[in-house]
Design a protein around this ligand. Structure first.
Ligand SMILES: NC(=O)c1ccc[n+]([C@@H]2O[C@H](COP(=O)([O-])OP(=O)(O)OC[C@H]3O[C@@H](n4cnc5c(N)ncnc54)[C@H](O)[C@@H]3O)[C@@H](O)[C@H]2O)c1
Ligand SMILES: [Zn+2]
Length: 318
């Protein structure tokens, strides 16, 4: 077994018996999600004599999971991967579903589907997670709750303050709710031929904003997703799909979770990046747009002028 982690996690967590095995420690943060890191991991695998009967154990956040998962997916055409997520974001989202990959020009443009052989999460790991990283995880929780529907959404609305304060008793049912939602969707549509694309709610603009920040800590993934969700509701309102009341409800919930939904950015550059999104078909954008809490759809053929107008209005109002 080769353990892959990052420098922060390696410092915080003890690897009692496992530490005797080979350990690959990455730089913390999105900047490590590159092909160069994958190559480094291949070298660690080679040194450790990792073969197809072995396994990679990814202990860390979504960055560690995505890059170690991709290295495992391609090592000897596929070696087992086990995830031990240590961030809220990884527990509720990235450790589940088998998407692995790295950033290459655009976000996650190189990757593979590679389902983990197991996912082991202990909420106690969250005790050391910085508040900003907790909020970033809550960005994906907000997304999942909008997809899941009224029950989970009203729970996070009600318990927002305790969630942000990492009250484990309050977090547990919410994490389980998000895991159940994602596992259910992935079980029905592993390769994203349909329903799975809904998990990209907030991600078309979100990924573009991350790219505009050069995938740096200026904007964390979950922070970008929260902004993207708000934009999706605004665009849906402009198109007459979602009423104002749903937009205000989501905006208020994001605020209670401590998530900012305003952002200054260049709308023209954001639109160019959005067109490179993986969901786009023949250069035409496909957007995940909400009608209401619990009612979200993949929409083709939204006129570019409408998207541009809403991007401009959104950036100007931020
Ligand atoms: N594969 C998927 O389906 C999927 C889904 C959602 C997001 N993602 C990806 O996940 C990534 C974001 O993941 P993330 O938010 O976990 O980021 P991350 O892996 O960078 O972790 C965030 C920070 O928290 C630190 N950290 C991790 N665990 C800690 C702990 N227990 N205590 C203290 N510090 C800790 C890390 O060192 C890092 O600095 C993005 O690249 C995103 O694209 C993938
Ligand atoms: Zn995401």
């Amino acid at each position: 077994v080769v353990i892959v982690t990052d420098a922060n996690v390696a410092r915080l967590l003890e690897f009692p018996t496992l530490a005797r095995g080979p350990l690959a420690v990455l730089e913390p943060g999105e900047c490590a999600k590159t092909l160069a890191t994958v190559e480094r991991l291949y070298r660690s695998f080679l040194e450790a004599g990792l073969d197809r009967k072995g396994a990679v154990l990814a202990v860390g956040g979504g960055v560690v999971g995505d890059v170690a998962g991709f290295a495992a997916a391609t090592w000897m055409r596929g070696t087992a991967i086990v995830h031990v997520p240590t961030t809220l974001l990884a527990m509720v989202d990235s450790a589940i579903g088998g998407k692995t990959g790295v950033d290459f020009e655009g976000k996650n443009l190189v990757g593979a589907f590679h389902q983990p052989s197991g996912v082991f999460a202990s909420l106690e790991a969250l005790a050391s997670l910085p508040a900003r990283e907790v909020r970033s995880g809550l960005g994906e929780v907000l997304k999942s709750a909008i997809l899941a529907g009224e029950e989970l959404f009203s729970r996070i609305e009600r318990d927002a303050a305790s969630l942000a304060a990492v009250d484990l008793d309050v977090l547990e049912p919410v994490v389980l709710g998000c895991v159940a939602l994602k596992a259910g969707i992935v079980a029905r549509d592993e390769r994203e031929d349909g329903e799975r694309a809904l998990l990209n709610l907030g991600h078309t603009l979100g990924h573009a904003l991350e790219a505009l920040e050069g995938f740096s800590s200026n904007l964390l993934h979950g922070e970008a997703v929260a902004i993207g969700i708000h934009f999706a509701f605004r665009l849906a309102r402009r198109l007459g799909l979602a009423p104002e009341s749903e937009l205000s409800r989501v905006r208020a919930c994001a605020a209670r979770l401590g998530l900012s939904v305003a952002r200054r950015f260049d709308p023209a550059r954001a639109l160019e990046l959005m067109k490179k999104d993986k969901k786009a078909r023949a250069g035409e954008l496909r957007l995940v747009l909400p009608h209401a809490i619990g009612r979200v759809a993949l929409v083709d053929g939204v006129p570019e002028a409408m998207i541009r107008a809403e991007l401009e209005a959104f950036a100007a109002s931020s």
